[in-house]
Ligand binder design. Structure first.
Ligand code: FES
Length: 155
């Protein structure tokens, strides 16, 4: 089943409930990992709002993504504690290694890179998570190794 068809199923319980648009979109994202761009019109029709409203919510809340995420999500903390300990340099290393910016997914669909505010592990700054795994006390070289290890483990 295509992702767009799946969206229709997921949004059906919110039919005719315009006040629950955000909940409907959350449901889609938590099941599929994203809200496909091509499904905006269907979501609007089912929930009963103008398509522009769906578009507005998806662009206003950074939490929502409209492109399929990679197999692994790297969340690099850009919060204060991590920032003062060099998160910027780690970010640059990750962007060079992955050839994507924040919010981007690598060409091979393996990694999505995200920047987040605080991972609650400030004592390990700078920190990133790869899926559920925490990697702390990073420097550019260590961050690159983590990415390469994931690629090796996969292949
Ligand atoms: S500021 Fe980075 S984990 Fe808290």
């Amino acid at each position: 089943m295509s992702d767009t068809k799946r969206v229709v199923e997921l949004v059906e319980p919110f039919a005719g409930r315009p006040g629950e648009l955000i909940q409907a979109l959350h449901r889609v994202q938590s099941e599929l990992g994203y809200v496909p761009s091509g499904s905006k019109q269907s979501v609007a029709e089912i929930v009963g709002v103008p398509p522009a409203e769906v578009h507005g919510v998806l662009t206003f809340y950074h939490f929502f993504r409209t492109e399929a995420p990679g197999q692994h999500t790297i969340r690099l903390c850009l919060g204060t504690a991590c920032h003062v300990r060099g998160a910027d340099r780690v970010l640059q290393a990750l962007m060079d290694e992955l050839k994507v910016g924040i919010g981007g997914t690598t060409e091979d669909g393996v990694f999505t890179l995200e920047g987040v505010r605080c991972l609650g592990a400030c004592g390990l700054a700078p920190v990133m998570m790869v899926d559920e795994e925490v990697h702390g006390r990073l420097d550019p070289g260590k961050a690159r190794s983590v990415v390469r290890d994931h690629r090796t483990a996969r292949g």
